[in-house]
Write a protein that binds this ligand. Sequence first.
Ligand SMILES: [Ca+2]
Length: 419
Amino acid sequence: MRATQRKCVRTKLPLIIAGLSLAAFAVKAGPPPAPAGYKWEVVSNLTDEFNDGWVDTGKWYKYNPYWIGRAPGLFNESQVTESGGYLRLKNTKFADTSQQYWVYTGFLASKNKESFYAGMYSECKMKCARDGTVTGFWMSKPQSGGKQEIDVQEGVGWPANGNWNLTKQMRMNTHSYSGLVTPKNYWIGSGVGDAYHTYGVWWRDKRNITMYYGGGSGTSTSFSMSEDFTGGMQLNINTETQDWIGDPNVSFLADNSRNETLVDYVRTWKLVPDTSSGIPYGSYVSFKAVANSKYVCADGNLNANQYPLAANRTSVGSWEKFKVVDAGGGYVYLIANANGKYVYSNGSLSDWPLIAASTTTGTWGKYQWISNGDGTVSLKCIANGKYVCADKGVDPTNVKLITNRSSIGSWEKFWWQKQ
Ligand SMILES: [Ca+2]
């Protein structure tokens, strides 16, 4: 019996260790995987480790240029310091509680009010004060007549209103000019003021935002906007008082173990085209459509003037070769070997069919070369922002290439090979 028990313990141990490793991997910080054809690049003016002992006033205001605070809280520069590897936002009682304003709180704002843009991902690792103030990691666009806002976390370290559930949540929101707010909560399960937690946001495009607990490979929550979010926003990290939770606790404000929000870092990235993905500039290549496993041909038999591109050949001859020309920034032009003409997506016709019929370059013939990581490439036309598709539905016989898809599926993928 004892021997059996020992055996059990031995077999369980590696499983537990494996489980821990997986958990550690799951909460890895940093941005989510970049979309095909892009990579993440650090945005230095929105990135700070807060390790050098002084608040970098080249990047940050230690106040909010557009707001003094919500009573009884008042933002005050002296509350914003850096030491021990952390940005510190301290909350201090400075007047009698009978006054309109009696608590100094801290605000760190990006210097350029339009610095956080669609396409960027930002994350912040912090431990919230436990004194009744609320800690924010958020982006804002101050404007008369309303505001747009992305609230990644409104962290409650201690609940002045007695609702302890608030202390264990990532409390997200968006605000629209229309006045619409879209609050969502993620249940963390441990106190936001008891340990460091990482909160992230990817402003994907003007209508879509994804927020993350634990970094870009952590748990995600999606937001679909009812109005366009465009332009740039100011990035903010702050403490403030909030009507809905009540006033801070006076004795906690005097307790140095509770009256500071500590921020380990804020890190921000933007998406840029990945130009290091092995694009065969200057080479002749063949394309084989994943849709039907046929080679793409600039087919002079289908039209002797326009040479439409069609995935209709079983082998590579001179009409199935294309020269890849560097158009800069990860973009390419293609020249058909069949007739020496540039390939372009003909926007004068519906579905923008590809033809090899131009002697000059232009946006209709400028494509983003997107390596899918599986040996295939997808081509996105700059002129209409759509992907090239070998469309078996439109033309089942010749499977002509058209440019009308908004996402990459198998019909938008092509195996390619140098010739
Ligand atoms: Ca740090």
